[in-house]
Design a protein around this ligand. Sequence first.
Ligand code: SF4
Length: 167
Amino acid sequence: MSTNEPECVLVSACMLGVHCRYDASTNPSPELEQRLAGQRIVPVCPEQLGGLTTPRPAAHFEGGTGEDVLAGNARVVTNTGADVTDQFLRGAQETLRLARVLGARRAILKERSPSCGCCQVHRDGVLSPGSGVTAALLRREGIAIEPLDPPKQTTDQALAPISSSKL
Ligand code: SF4
């Protein structure tokens, strides 16, 4: 790769205005524009890459966090009780595959998600220290993980049409 090429950065797609969250909403971050200036952005949604639909039931950890899931010592379950650990692992592997193919050495990920969370996730019903499955795998493989926690949007904001000026 030429040293003049912009750096490739993976970014949680929901923070770029993609309606891929579990409830089909989005969570864009005005702060991202500044952080990403001049870089090559690759939007990723590990849960969609893992084969989950949108919308989908919300999910959380049981028995550990993303690091424990990678070790086979915890699982991810939905609020309706379905075990979606395999889909979360597949999404993490597909995201890592994209990072390697594109040469990405950094990822800016949405905090608290069971896939993308960098420092905090919901474990056994409590917000706890730990990472989502994808964040844990990328970090383990040497990719720099940067957390971002954009302000929550109301449903009206989340479903508002995207103006051409924002495209
Ligand atoms: S936080 Fe990650 S997995 Fe969840 S919707 Fe956003 S990009 Fe997809």
